[in-house]
Design a protein around this ligand. Structure first.
Ligand code: PEP
Ligand code: MG
Length: 575
């Protein structure tokens, strides 16, 4: 049966292929029966997995760094040890295998469910909340089981043209699926500026989120058309629809190839105003895409992605190598490394904590200042890499002068430690701040005095100005870059920075959306940073814009209160 699902397209383009359903979580274990003569082997497999996790926890304990979080971290590890050794989990799972002949994965998840049920009945709220720890321990055991013989990975039937359908994906999940070369991503949850959507865009494959029941109604191997621009998914299309979409897909590919001709064209408006177009990246190998699209530099390297999907932390040398390789590959073009923005929706197991309101919690620079040891390691790595190219340091989520001062002090300390070891680095490495909290935008003067450059993080600036959780699809319709308060803040930041002659860029998703290109140019923006695949489309828009026409209309839009009028004026501006 053919039907259409509507969602929110977060990455343009058309993909056609077979559905592959992702398991909603790592905890969804398959059930199968183990032959009688292999029961002992299956129990041994489970015991081996427990031993692996025990060792992992011991290693984590041994490598725990000093600092205010140490006591908390140790208590946390101790608790995980206790859960691991609890007979309710380990012995009961072995008994389950022996009695019901089930596989180890199934046995451990069954015991987890039984334990969680007991936790539910506990009156004490603190103990009840320890459910998360039980889940985390079981996740570890399951992961260890994956590495032990006996596990057969689920087959992906149509490896070449698969479309991943998931209930939800974290940014880390998308990074992991990257290597499987999916044609498109579909999720039930999600919103356009979540980091999951951002990563999908950077992979340059169509993606539709907020489909609500896609994961339930789409079956494995269903044939799908994903249209990211029209926000739809067509399930099992008829042959006419299919041939129409095949034609549109090849037209789009042709258009993309034509755009490539703009790669080496100098970016300036019709009246001759130069504009810089930079790229956002997540990992060092994204530089290839950056170069393919002729970017003027990297305006945002989301360095925290180096920390995801792993059990240990990248040490100074590993980070140095990552930053150095990007600096070298960019051959002297500027590379802006954002110090890690962990917390929020990008978490590192056992390091960042799960908070009730993660976007308002210990995230980005707040986390770095709470963990100066980790921050020091990163700063040293960036500074060492500054010898190999033109690096800049960008600090996320600054909100006060004291945070700027503490950060600058820590940068000085990192510099001094290198001088002491006679390691050279760029002594004048520029340090900039992201303007993504309204407090920073409202008192920009403090930032202009202390920092070398600014980058407006519109994704968070909109989230915090409008009090809309950017990962919650239930309020995604209220997330509005054209809200008069947002436009007023953006206009004011650009104007103040230009007056103070402090370079200012936008590195949030607004920079890569061509419906905003002229508006932002008209407000005085001359530096944009976006996902690489969008760069040439934005360049074409810049090349076709005439500032004397654009400026008055852009300022009129900022002064307008009514959202329909704003949309009307924007349409006029873009015609
Ligand atoms: C932003 O907030 O606009 C931004 C660029 O940073 P991130 O999306 O990584 O939070
Ligand atoms: Mg941000």
């Amino acid at each position: 049966m053919s039907f259409i699902l509507h969602g929110v397209g977060v990455s343009d383009g058309i993909a056609i292929g077979h559905a592959h359903l992702a398991k909603p979580t790592a905890l969804e274990a398959a059930h199968h029966l183990v032959p009688k003569n292999q029961i002992d082997r299956e129990i041994a497999r489970l015991n081996d997995a427990f031993a692996v996790v025990r060792k992992e926890l011991e290693t984590l304990q041994a490598s725990a760094m000093d600092g205010p979080a140490l006591a908390e971290f140790s208590a946390f590890l101790e608790l995980h040890h206790m859960i691991l050794d609890d007979p309710m989990l380990s012995e009961a799972a072995s008994n389950c295998i022996a009695q019901t002949h089930c596989n180890a994965e199934w046995a451990i998840t069954q015991q987890m469910d039984a334990l969680l049920e007991q936790f539910e009945k506990i009156d004490d709220a603190y103990l009840r909340e320890r459910k998360t720890d039980v889940i985390q321990v079981v996740e570890r055991v399951l992961k260890a089981l994956l590495g032990h013989p006996g596990y057969i990975p689920p087959p992906v039937k149509y490896a070449g043209d698969s479309i991943l359908v998931a209930h939800d994906l974290s940014p880390a999940d998308v990074m992991q699926y990257k290597q499987h070369h999916f044609n498109a991503f579909l999720t039930d949850l999600g919103s356009p500026t979540s980091h999951t959507a951002i990563v999908a865009r950077s992979l340059n494959i169509p993606s539709v989120v907020a489909l609500h029941h896609a994961h339930q109604v789409i079956l494995e191997n269903d044939y799908l058309i994903v249209d990211g621009s029209q926000n739809i998914v067509i399930v099992n299309p008829g042959k006419y629809v299919l041939s129409e979409y095949r034609l549109r897909k090849s037209q789009l590919e042709l258009e993309k190839r034509k755009l490539k001709r703009l790669k080496s064209v100098v970016t300036m408006t019709l009246d001759g105003t130069p504009v810089e177009l930079h790229a956002n990246i997540e990992l060092p190998h994204d530089v290839e895409q950056v170069k393919e699209n002729g970017a003027d530099g990297i305006g945002l390297f989301r360095s925290e992605f180096l920390f995801l999907n792993r059990d240990n932390l990248p040490d100074e040398d590993e980070q140095f190598e990552a930053y150095r390789s990007v600096a070298v590959n960019m051959r002297g073009l500027p590379v802006t490394i954002r110090t890690f923005d962990l917390g929020g929706d990008k978490n590192v197991k056992n390091i960042t904590r799960v908070a009730a309101n993660p976007a308002l919690g210990l995230r980005a620079i707040r986390f770095c200042l709470a963990e100066p040891g980790l921050f020091h390691t990163q700063l040293r790595a960036i500074l060492r890499a500054s010898n190999f190219g033109k690096l800049r340091i960008l600090i996320p989520m600054l909100s006060s002068v004291s945070e700027i001062e503490q950060t600058l002090h820590l940068i000085d300390e990192a510099k001094q430690s290198l001088r002491d070891e006679q390691i050279t680095f760029d002594e004048d490495i520029p340090v900039g701040g992201m303007i993504e909290i309204p407090a920073a935008a409202l008192r920009l003067d403090m930032f202009l005095r202390k920092l070398d450059f600014l980058s407006i993080g519109t994704n968070d600036l909109i989230q915090y100005t409008l009090a809309i959780d950017r990962v919650d699809d239930a309020v995604a319709h209220l997330y509005n870059p054209l809200h008069p308060a947002v436009l007023w803040l953006i206009a004011r930041i650009i104007q103040s920075a230009n007056r103070a002659r402090v370079p200012v860029a936008i590195c949030g998703e607004m920079a890569g959306d061509i419906q905003f290109t002229r508006l932002l140019l008209g407000l005085g923006l001359q530096q944009f940073s976006m996902y690489p695949a969008q760069l040439l489309t934005v360049k074409r828009q810049v090349l076709n814009s005439y500032l004397p026409d654009v400026i008055p209309l852009a300022h009129r839009i900022v002064k307008t209160e009514n959202s329909e009028k704003i949309s009307g004026l924007l349409m006029k501006l873009n015609n």
